[in-house]
Write a protein that binds this ligand. Structure first.
Ligand code: GLN
Length: 486
């Protein structure tokens, strides 16, 4: 039994009605953190005092008859690459150690306005580069289900915080799978919204054409509620979608009747990637497809041929954008500066050498190379053309299907050190990257278990702004398992 099993929606209903105090809600979460955080290391910083103050403020507003918002009194954990005013924001990198942003990210503001209580900043792979949190400069996060295993990444701390019962809600960022993959490995729900649906203002940039912020929750209904709070136009983010984003919560119970579901053949055991997927993961994906058929959906296989090139394209485009975004960490403007060099250039070199970890340096070098004169067309230009092919292939598939289905991760949670060469780690992202390259939304829902009884995540994909379809289908998958008692 998970500690603190209440859903965010239950908590908010209690606090809004005055039947429970936010000040009382927060204590069992802080107690669980006090008990298990030493072992799990989900957080870079726990904000117990701040959380108690915020909870008391919510209670005062409820007592005064104010509408405190849809997440009243609900504890939330935020990935430590989202700016929080006056609170250290490190990206789990030494180069930002001690830096306190002078402003809040838009999502931070929105969850606060909705009444949520910030319990802490969660650990991640340095600058969100990785799939296991082993690249954090402050040490890895452990999977709460089995501490000898990784929680996934890069938002491993956020996934672990929800799975451990440290908070019912968390936010992560997903550039190539970093919400969905850790959600799958920790047995929770993870949603990557449409590119531009959620403001990236105050999210420390990794790869700006791919980055999106998304929710981690225990239930599909909570994911929908948190999405509804954070989605919507923000003039501070030039890539934010200008049109209003309709709430998805009203569609939770729409069911799967009549929906056309396509199971992506390239990501479910056919073609060149066939060997990469664990058989139990494929079996659960198949079982999920059957559950949707049983609920009235029309299910068939579909080929999305260029998805197999997503990995190659991503690992050019992502590093290229990262190499440019990370140029700002120069020892002058933020965080760490190594003193003692003879001149400014030497200071910058020494600060970046000391401040960045091995994976971040690898990405910066890969990206700089791919963008350099003479190689730009062969690498970056080609990767962008592959990106267009992926978008075209998805668009073609969505002429015949409402949603697509695949595993989220090719494998269940793996031991620390198991994927110690970079390419093996990158291969873990094969099923999640295509959605980021296309800008499309996707959700990972826990569905049954695989090797060693560990949770499997099934991924549902939809076209631009298809979040309502995602939660419709995800809710059916969730319910089918509860019914089956899995
Ligand atoms: N694992 C991928 C990477 O290392 C994706 C990371 C992410 O989504 N932030 O780049």
């Amino acid at each position: 039994m998970t500690a603190n099993p209440q859903t965010a929606l239950e908590i908010a209903a209690d606090v809004r009605s005055g039947s429970r105090l936010a000040a009382a809600v927060i204590e069992p979460y802080l107690a669980e953190i006090a008990q298990r955080e030493g072992e799990i290391h989900a957080f870079n910083e726990v904000l117990a005092d701040g959380a108690r103050l915020e909870a008391a403020a919510v209670d005062r507003r409820v007592a005064a008859g104010e509408d405190v918002g849809p997440l009243a009194g609900v504890p939330i954990a935020l990935k430590d690459n989202m700016c929080t005013r006056g609170i250290p924001t490190t990206c789990s990198s030494k180069i930002l150690e001690g830096w306190k942003p002078p402003y809040d990210a838009t999502v931070v503001q929105r969850v606060a306005e909705a009444g949520a209580i910030l319990v802490g900043k969660t650990n991640l792979d340095e600058f969100a580069m990785g799939s296991s949190t082993e690249n954090s400069a402050f040490g890895p996060t452990k999977n709460p289900l089995d501490t000898s295993l990784v929680p996934g990444g890069s938002s491993g701390g956020s996934a672990a915080a929800v799975a451990a019962g440290f908070a019912p809600l968390a936010l992560g960022s997903d550039t190539g799978g970093s919400v969905r993959q850790p959600a799958a490995l920790c047995g929770v729900v993870g949603l990557k919204p449409t590119y531009g649906a959620v403001s990236r203002y105050g999210l420390i940039a990794f790869a700006s054409s791919l980055d999106q912020i998304g929710p981690f929750t225990n239930t599909v209904a909570d994911a929908a509620a948190l999405f509804d709070v954070i989605a919507g136009h923000d003039e501070k983010d030039s890539t934010s979608i200008p049109e209003a984003i309709a709430p998805i919560t009203p569609h939770l119970e729409d069911g799967a009747g009549g929906l056309r579901v396509g199971v992506i053949s390239e990501l479910t055991g056919s073609g060149p990637l066939a060997d990469g997927f664990e058989p139990e993961v494929l079996a659960q994906t198949q079982a999920a497809a059957e559950a949707l058929a049983a609920a009235g959906a029309t299910v068939s296989e579909v080929s999305v041929p260029s998805t197999i090139y997503g990995l190659s394209a991503y690992y050019i485009i992502g590093p290229a954008e990262a190499s440019s975004n990370l140029a700002r960490y120069d020892g002058v403007r933020y965080g760490l500066r190594v003193e003692g060099a003879a001149n400014t250039k030497g200071m910058m070199i020494q600060s970046r050498t000391a401040g960045f970890g091995a994976e971040v340096k690898r990405r910066i070098m890969l990206g700089t190379y791919a963008l350099s004169a003479g190689y730009y067309d062969a690498f970056y230009g080609k990767a962008q053309r592959v990106r267009t092919l992926i978008i075209n292939d998805f668009n073609r598939a969505y002429e015949d299907f409402d949603v697509l289905l695949s595993p989220t991760s090719p494998c269940v949670a793996f031991p620390f050190g198991a994927k110690d060469d970079p390419l093996t780690m990158y291969l873990n992202d094969v099923a999640t990257l295509p959605s980021n390259l296309a800008g499309h939304p996707a959700i990972s829902v826990p569905f049954g278990s695989g090797r060693n009884g560990l949770p499997v995540g099934v991924q549902v994909l939809a076209p631009m702004l298809g979040e309502r379809r995602l939660i419709q289908v995800a809710a059916v998958l969730e319910a089918s398992q509860n019914g089956a008692g899995q």
